[in-house]
Design a protein around this ligand. Sequence first.
Ligand code: ADP
Ligand code: ASP
Ligand code: MG
Length: 419
Amino acid sequence: MAIIVQKFGGTSLADTDKIKNVAKAVVREKELGNDVIVIVSAMGHTTDNLIKLAHEISKNPSEREMDMLMSTGEQVSISLLTMAIQELGYKAVSMTGAQVGIITEDTHSKARILDIKKDKLLEHVQNGEIVIVAGFQGITKTGEITTLGRGGSDTSAVAIAAKLRVERCDIYSDVEGIYTTDPRIVPTANKLKEISYEEMLELARVGANVLHPRSVETAKQFQVPMRLRSSFKLDDLGTLIIGVEKMEIYKPVTGLACDKSQVRVVICDVPDKPGNASKLFTLLAKHELSVDMIIQSFARTTNNTNDIAFTIDKDDLNKFVGMKDEITSILNPSNIHIDEDIAKISIVGAGMIDRPGIAAQMFETLAKEGVNIKMISTSEIKISCLVEKMHAKQATEALCKSFELEGKEVALVHGTLPD
Ligand code: ADP
Ligand code: ASP
Ligand code: MG
């Protein structure tokens, strides 16, 4: 029998009625003659609420205890969903990450999966049971509980799918598929029938939080057939995520994402000499602080200094503020400026490769709207612009129009010649 991995996120499990609805979706897959392994997130906003509780007790809780706390959310969902499936008359069993043997690195809060033990999972499957696994969590080789980073249940699902080489990995959510941009922000966004791993990976990295970036990375690496579909419209197949080589591309831009979860830092008047950038970014790396866009200005002739600007996650801001003295002692800047009032707008498309003029079109569209660009970064299939937060919606809407990402009744489909 084929094994299907299904993943249900917090939005699909927000209350007991929704859990019963998910149980029906699971049983439906079993009835089609498949073995089913289900990965679940915590119910609704449980993880946010757990984090809030921790911060009521401590401003800077230890990462080990945070993982211990946050991993409890998924344990509630696995047991309740298993009970709901058993109520429907099917054999089901719940398992935590540790019980499965989802082995991770020992970095708390953002651990990467190193290996997944197959034996116990397959034992239950062979016994005819539907297995319900807690997403987002793992265990280190020394037995410590870890979590994979916010939204990490998607990655748990794809990693299990890859390890067991299953037939399909279906990620169920509260949207009907991947859209050209977040349909909650632009209701006229188009649903995509297909998107390549490469494009989805860029979109997820630049803030389309519909999928955890590492889930797409893993799916790409192991060629896992993956779909994003709705837990409320089970007949809709949603969006298929596949290799770019299988697609014909006619449009330069496939999707757009707007990320308001970053802050910009400017280290002002850093002496322009070899080694300073290296010292700064080595220090940030030592504190496990990931940096996104980076710009270094031309050296000023007057005092031979330049400014180094970069963006970091808002969640890392406290950690960064704690490092300011150390940065000052190493680089002796005139000021460290923090700008929280920013949004990063990115356009993504495999069709951009070797197609000149896309960046110019993006900048011209923003200029016509009177939107100032504070920073720019590009990759082969992505262009990101940092703008003021108050311009985010206007910029998103203008770019969606300019690159034809909205307003059509039919879904935009790669591989179909445009009208
Ligand atoms: P889950 O609880 O199922 O993991 P998430 O909240 O993590 O759900 O992801 C689903 C949300 O992602 C949607 O409600 C939608 O607002 C958002 N989203 C952002 N960008 C996109 C996009 N391009 N296509 C579809 N949904 C998107
Ligand atoms: N419950 C975790 C979170 O809210 C993991 C997930 O939803 O994928 O981030
Ligand atoms: Mg999610």
